[in-house]
Design a protein around this ligand. Structure first.
Ligand code: HPA
Ligand code: ZN
Length: 326
């Protein structure tokens, strides 16, 4: 109980959150009505009932369907503002947000519409709530290398608003190597890089993310624990992992939170952080993710502080500062 007061009151960072994954069913209905889109659900309860996933692809199918209600710049603003309001209430003071431009441009919504709506909310989030933020543009890995290059091209005229590139969507069968050239071009253009790896995919994909994509931070990385040499390398390189407990519970086969690897990661000396991934789909934001692991894993105040410290240290704001000091 004491610990709950500690982590809820603690200033927090969030480094792994897909803004489209923060679309709550209530807002989904509101935007559907506003845009004359017919949803395959009658009520908010029906939507929540459909959020019963057995793996990543199961979730992604519903996630891409859900984002179909996002059409106008105002929709993207409203989505982002709702997220910022929510996390302000949870004492999150810095957030690094993923967005999936291809999930929108492939439906005829322009890159400009997406980035302008999200960025306007982020600017107001700083003014109104004092929340600092960064944007990370993800490539959908189930799509082609060419499509990723076309997306990178569109991002270049918005470089002032985007700090990094990432890689998400269906992991199995779409190894990081598929995007080696795109990431090289993105790094050349000055973007930082992250990638989802080892969420469902094997440790080999984590090696590829390190060696071929030259990532600055690893998203998930859970399956790295299957390879001792890889664990040692992540520790030596001080590579941060953005771990998402409730997401793992719903998608990645962690059926009992007492088996979740987060505490083990910290105890091994890995630089693990705690994040919500897709809070509207997996049952919670930052505080709910802390709640999901702290007691089941017997975590202490020191574990919680380590997560907070790692979040600050692994933030792109810290990474950029460290690069400038070199
Ligand atoms: N994994 C991969 N891709 C995603 C996720 C995820 O958890 N959420 C949104 N896109
Ligand atoms: Zn994710």
């Amino acid at each position: 109980q004491d610990l709950k007061a500690f982590y809820t009151g603690m200033p927090k960072t969030e480094l792994h959150m897909h803004i489209e994954g923060s679309l709550e069913p209530e807002l989904m209905f509101e935007l559907a009505a506003r845009n004359n889109i017919k949803l395959p659900f009658a009520t908010v309860e029906d939507v929540r009932k459909a959020y019963d996933f057995s793996n990543l692809q199961d979730f992604l199918d519903i996630y891409y369907q859900g984002m179909g209600v996002l059409i106008t710049e105002q929709d993207f603003y409203d989505l982002t503002w709702a997220y910022l309001t929510k996390i302000h209430g949870q004492n999150v003071v810095h957030t690094e947000i993923f967005f999936d431009p291809q999930g929108h441009t492939d439906r005829g919504v322009s890159f400009e519409t997406v980035i302008t709506g999200i960025s306007r909310a982020l600017e107001e989030g700083l003014e109104t709530y004092g929340i600092s933020s960064r944007l990370i543009m993800c490539f959908l890995r189930h799509l082609s290398e060419d499509a990723a290059f076309a997306t990178l091209e569109q991002a270049l005229s918005h470089k002032d608003k985007i700090t990094g590139v990432g890689l998400d969507s269906s992991e199995q069968g779409h190894p990081p190597s598929k995007f080696e050239r795109v990431f090289a071009a993105a790094k050349e253009a000055g973007f930082l890089a992250v990638a989802h790896a080892g969420e469902e995919g094997p440790p080999d994909y984590v090696y590829e993310a390190l060696d071929l994509l030259k990532i600055d931070r690893l998203d998930h990385g859970n399956r790295a624990l299957e390879d001792d040499a890889l664990v040692q390398r992540l520790i030596t390189e001080n590579m941060a992992l953005t771990v998402c407990p409730l997401s793992n519970y719903h998608l990645a086969g962690v059926s009992d939170m007492r088996q979740h690897p987060l505490r083990k990661m910290l105890d091994l000396g890995l630089k693990a952080t705690l994040n919500s991934d897709d809070p509207a789909y997996f049952g919670g934001y930052m505080n709910e993710n802390f709640e999901a692991v702290v007691e089941p894993l017997g975590m202490t105040r020191e574990h919680i502080l380590a997560l907070a410290r790692n979040g600050i240290d692994a933030s792109f704001t810290s990474v950029v500062q460290k690069q400038e000091l070199q």
